[in-house]
Write a protein that binds this ligand. Structure first.
Ligand code: SF4
Length: 368
């Protein structure tokens, strides 16, 4: 059914001014912790050590570019062992990061959950800020670093904890579900979190006739189309996925009727109406592995198509490509810098973290 109502900052005249988009702070690098910059020359040793990595990305990184990247990749991989660090990278990170230096790759929740299973002291989060916060929530005893604290997210920035409190005043007793793409401050105010993989299941688990679902209006619309629960949405959107259009997809289909189109549920409804499959990044990847389409249009951030193609070179990617400027703030250079200086460390107020963690853990404890 259509969403029941949609609200945003303009609907609350008593909304507090100012808009903190993150609820954690970056601690400065620790004094005395910095290590000297290693040599970044293209040497025989670097070529030998990185050859197996190049094998993994040779279909998406031209050989002429590899000698420029490989010395930094080699330095990062040595340094992470010295620091007892693990590097986690979101599916939207560039192939030289995702396949070159990451120990764990996946969607935001997979990254945080997998990081709880490793013995490392340090987690370097190659993703955006809310992901680093989620990693910190689930790994409170580990040092979580983000190479660039400016790596934000239009969804996380669209809503504050105060906004959630105003929604609760307007709709007393209505449970609130937050997509994981929110700050820890927002997670602390809601009943439960969800991902794009389990959003419908989470909404229905509450056994309520109406649920407030935030902050993505398009994911809310998608969820509403799959359930009888009435959905009240928030006016947030992903600036990458909302730019795709149904016309764009129809043009691909007209040019080649055999093409397969898969899309992320953060896309507008007219885009999803054209897709052969709709799913989270993890579900999309599994779909491609299982179906092995000959020609594929993957409607999500560009780098994910590169990362999938590196693994499955037989799948030809046709790409209406939108980059996430926030994800692209993470580079090999600032990952190296982060490991050298141990900055920027993500810290969250312990009382707030406990409430936020509860919302994430409630979701994780749901039976499949
Ligand atoms: S792709 Fe969209 S949802 Fe993901 S980090 Fe970028 S702006 Fe946020």
């Amino acid at each position: 059914m259509p969403i029941t109502g949609i609200y945003g900052p303009d609907d609350f005249t008593d909304r507090p001014q100012g808009h903190p988009s993150t609820s954690s702070r970056a601690a400065p690098a620790r004094t005395g912790a910095a290590l000297p910059m290693p040599s970044l020359q293209w040497t025989d040793e670097v070529e030998r050590a990185t050859a197996p990595l190049y094998e993994r990305v040779k279909h998406v990184i031209p050989s002429i570019e590899w000698p420029l990247m490989a010395p930094t990749i080699h330095a990062i991989n040595k340094l992470k062992r010295e620091r007892n660090a693990v590097i986690v990278a979101h599916n939207y990170q560039a192939p030289e990061i995702f396949h070159g230096v990451a120990d764990i790759g996946g969607d935001s929740l997979q990254l945080a959950v997998e990081a709880t299973k490793v013995k490392a002291d340090i987690i370097v989060q190659c993703g955006v800020h809310f992901m680093a916060e989620t990693s910190k929530l689930l790994n409170p005893d580990k040092t979580v670093l983000i190479p660039d604290t400016r790596a934000g997210c239009s969804l996380a920035a669209s809503i504050t904890g105060a906004d959630v409190r105003l929604l609760r005043q307007k709709f007393p007793g209505v449970p609130v579900v937050a997509y994981v793409n929110t700050s820890a401050e927002v997670k602390a105010e809601v009943d439960i979190c969800c991902t794009s993989s389990n959003a419908v299941q989470v909404v229905e688990s509450l056994n309520a006739p109406t649920v407030i679902f935030l902050p993505d209006r398009y994911l809310a619309t998608y969820v509403a189309s799959k359930t009888d629960v009435k959905i009240i949405a928030w006016k947030g959107a992903c600036e990458v996925h909302e730019r795709f259009t149904g016309d764009e997809l129809r043009a691909f289909r007209d040019a080649d009727p055999s093409v397969q189109i898969i899309a992320h549920p953060e896309c507008p409804p007219d885009v999803l109406a054209e897709a052969d499959f709709t799913g989270s990044t993890a579900h999309m990847i599994n779909w491609v592995r299982a179906k092995r389409p000959k020609r594929l249009v993957m409607i999500t951030e560009c780098s994910m198509a590169d990362n999938v193609r590196a693994e499955l070179p037989d799948v030809e990617m046709l790409r209406p490509c939108n980059l996430c400027p926030h994800m692209k703030r993470i580079t090999l250079s600032n990952i190296l810098e982060s490991l050298l200086t141990l900055g920027e460390e993500v810290t969250i107020d312990p009382a707030l973290a406990e409430r936020a963690r509860r919302s994430v853990e409630r979701m994780m404890n749901l039976k499949n």
